[in-house]
Design a protein around this ligand. Structure first.
Ligand SMILES: CC(C)(COP(=O)(O)OP(=O)(O)OC[C@H]1O[C@@H](n2cnc3c(N)ncnc32)[C@H](O)[C@@H]1OP(=O)(O)O)[C@@H](O)C(=O)NCCC(=O)NCCS
Length: 325
């Protein structure tokens, strides 16, 4: 019998690394504040001219190589991103062209940080209808283009990175046991970008401030914990797995204090929780697939592990997935 499985993973990020000390030089902040409040020490920031597909394509190639799947054999590309190369074509179509995945259908999943697990959810459902499909799920951002470098309350938190996974249905492999999602549009104004949509189109008076991320950090913090716990419990119930059986947790990398509070709620030691926020900051839809790829490469997750992944983001959106590695 075939199950939905993760066949390969990959990730990529700009080589330009910006440390907290670099930020101290351009805004009123300190390494001490950033590390204590967030756990972030450095982040990757795209250089001028660098765009989503520059990192989505190498991440995808790494995932395809590990999966042993040719780009030409992909049937579907789902790109979880709010920062595609262009508003049109989609990020997925840009990646499709560069990979030469001529048979694939491409579309973007606009769910902010939750974009990758939302993509996994869509892939899971496609595969239940057609188990012969090869699906590439990408998640990631060039989020730095939406940062106001004069706003210390947001600029220090984010970074650029993209991850990818190839998903298919096979008799053996790293099983995707369940994926659950949720959202609440009533809370959209807690984390948003005002402009570039049809409500605030670009006119000759367009204010660049409308392109920047705005966030009510404290309120987001509370909703993040509550909703990641709720959606994780739903995903575990659907997978038929108890929290005790979970051996590794891959949480959204938005704030070290959120990660630690989640670990406490899940009663897991930090040694079972994957953390790379110190090196990446919050790469939005990139956090989960980049962490998954690094967890695989470093053998943080190994065959036999039951892995819980959970995420939270603008929308507001949230999601969780359970894997049997
Ligand atoms: C953003 C966040 C780190 C702020 O931490 P906090 O403990 O809530 O801090 P506050 O916002 O209350 O700010 C405390 C003080 O630090 C200051 N401050 C804010 N950013 C600062 C910075 N980068 N450097 C130095 N001081 C800073 C504030 O101005 C405030 O000063 P005041 O007390 O004089 O007014 C935290 O709320 C958070 O991580 N929230 C969740 C964000 C998130 O996950 N977003 C992404 C979701 S996908």
């Amino acid at each position: 019998m075939k199950h939905n499985v993760i066949l390969g993973t990959g990730s990529a990020a700009p080589d330009n690394v910006v440390t907290n000390a670099d930020l101290e030089k351009i805004m009123d902040t300190s390494d001490e504040w950033i590390v204590q409040r967030t756990g972030i020490k450095s982040r990757h920031i795209a250089r001028p001219g660098e765009k989503f597909s520059d990192f989505a394509v190498p991440a995808a190639r790494q995932a395809l190589d590990m999966a042993g799947v040719e780009a030409a054999d992909l049937d579907l590309i789902l790109a979880g991103t709010i920062s595609p190369d262009h508003i049109m074509p989609s990020g997925a179509c840009s990646v499709q062209a560069l990979l030469g995945a001529h048979k694939a259908t491409g579309m973007d999943v606009c769910a902010a940080c939750s974009g990758f697990i939302y993509g996994l959810s869509i892939a899971d459902k496609y595969l239940k209808c057609d188990p012969d499909m090869n699906i590439l799920v990408i998640g990631g951002e060039i989020v730095s283009h939406h940062l106001d470098w004069e706003d210390r309350t947001t600029a220090v938190l984010f970074g650029d990175a993209v991850g990818a996974a190839v998903v298919g249905a096979r008799a053996d492999g790293h099983r995707l046991l369940s994926v659950e999602t949720g959202s609440d549009g009533n809370l959209g104004r807690l984390l948003y970008i005002e402009g570039l949509g049809s409500a605030t189109p670009v006119t000759k008076d367009f204010d660049i401030d409308n392109t920047y991320i705005k966030m009510k950090g404290r309120e987001i913090f509370k909703h993040a914990i509550k909703n990641m716990v709720e959606v994780s419990n739903r995903a575990l119930a659907r997978a038929g797995v108890t929290l005790d059986q979970v051996t590794k947790v891959i949480p959204h990398q938005a704030n070290m204090r959120i990660i630690e509070m989640l670990a406490k709620q899940f009663k897991k030691p930090m040694s079972e929780v994957f953390v790379n926020i110190d090196r990446y900051g919050n790469s939005s839809a990139g956090t989960i697939p980049v962490a998954l790829s690094e967890a695989v490469d470093t053998k943080f997750i190994e065959p036999g592990d039951i892995v819980l992944m959970t995420v939270f983001g603008g929308g507001l959106t949230w999601a969780a997935a359970v894997l049997e590695w």
